[in-house]
Design a protein around this ligand. Structure first.
Ligand code: AQP
Length: 338
């Protein structure tokens, strides 16, 4: 039997556009910290990205840029494994088997499909619908024991656990672990700068809605200045943020960047207007992000280096997945090479 790891993390980000502050505060920053206690596998999930249309040249560019962003943020490609999903065939192979294990009723319950497909469900790709089976394959091809998840991915991780349990049960095997979520509270959900009720997202048509990890200091300051707010001053207590989604979001961003809480931010800024607050927020954002954006810009120039990182990562990832896939195929009853 392929070995059972005890502290292996898998996580991924879609190269479906430019990585932004939400990706950084909600995921990447945490991925960097996890490298201390876990064996980490981080993936640019390009196969997930094409569940909605991606211009081929833009997808390729975003994959290299994503790798640059992760390394610039502190992912060490020597110790952690960093690669793009489509280079390791195990993901697609296992996803097919899992799409035969998962039930239609399970997929029907996934709220992200409903959100992303919108009203035009019939025109959404089949891949967008079966996305959670591919996500389960991403995780279980490596028998990952832990997955850092934002709130929006919790439901998909539960489905991964259901698939693992059903596969283990159906094939009377103890092959897959029941993966545990690692939930990060702070910065868990960063909202759009234009609409405090919508998630900050790569695919939002308005560039002013997000701070990209490629934005320079002036652009960051301009976007924060233009961020939507309301007419009142900041409250002194978190309860005063009730019903003020945009104000809450900016306070949350300040708290997440400084590693503090809403209480601490409001102790400093309660009773002040947004002009002062936005100035301080943009100073903090620039101070925290510019070391990353500068390093990222330098790395993004060196495509040869990034290609080598992704190739090496893919080779190491494939070596871990190979015995798992072989075991799955044998359990399934497929005739494997004799
Ligand atoms: N706004 C956000 N706040 C906190 N965390 C976020 N993440 C994404 N947006 C926010 C977290 O980043 C990780 C990678 O996400 P992803 O790129 O794979 O997928 P996504 O959540 O669909 O991101 P986008 O930006 O909204 O992409 P598009 O527009 O292409 O769908 C995940 O851990 C996610 O929680």
């Amino acid at each position: 039997m392929s070995s059972q790891p005890t502290n292996r993390v898998f996580s991924g980000v879609q190269p479906s556009g430019q990585l932004h502050l939400g990706n950084y505060l909600g995921a990447i920053r945490n991925w960097v910290a996890l490298q201390d206690g876990y064996e980490c596998i981080y993936c640019l999930v390009d196969m997930h990205a094409i569940t909605v249309w991606q211009e081929p040249a833009a997808l390729k560019k975003a994959t290299f840029e994503g790798a640059a962003a992760l390394i610039a943020a502190g992912i060490d490609p020597e110790t952690s494994i960093l690669f793009n999903q489509s280079q390791v065939a195990a993901h697609a192979e296992l996803a097919w088997i899992f799409s035969c294990v998962a039930r239609i009723g399970w997929m029907d319950r996934m709220t992200q499909f409903k959100d992303k497909a919108g009203k035009n469900k019939q025109r959404a790709s089949v891949g967008l619908y079966t996305y959670p089976a591919l996500m389960a394959a991403d995780i279980l091809a490596y028998k990952a024991t832990h997955v850092p998840v934002g709130e929006d991915q919790k439901q998909h991780l539960e489905l991964t656990r259901d698939i693992a349990e059903k596969f283990n049960h159906d094939y009377d095997a103890d092959i897959f672990p029941i993966t545990e979520p690692l939930i990060q509270e702070e910065g868990a959900r960063i909202m759009s700068l234009r609409d405090g009720t919508a998630k900050m997202s790569k695919s939002d048509p308005s560039d002013l809605s997000r701070i990209n990890l490629t934005d320079d200091a002036d652009t960051i300051a301009r976007k924060i200045r233009k961020a939507r707010t309301d007419a009142e001053d900041l409250p002194s207590e978190p309860a005063g943020l009730e019903g003020r989604a945009e104000a809450r979001n900016l306070v949350d961003i300040m708290a997440a960047l400084n590693g503090t809480s809403q209480e601490v931010v409001l102790r400093d800024f309660g009773g002040k207007g947004f002009a002062d607050f936005k100035q301080s927020l943009s100073d903090v954002a620039v101070a925290k992000l510019s070391p990353i954006t500068e390093k990222m810009a330098a790395l993004a120039e060196d495509e040869t280096y990034l290609q080598t990182v992704l190739d090496n990562g893919a080779e190491r990832a494939a070596a871990i997945a190979a015995p798992v896939i072989a075991e799955v195929k044998a359990l399934t009853g497929f005739v494997t090479p004799g």
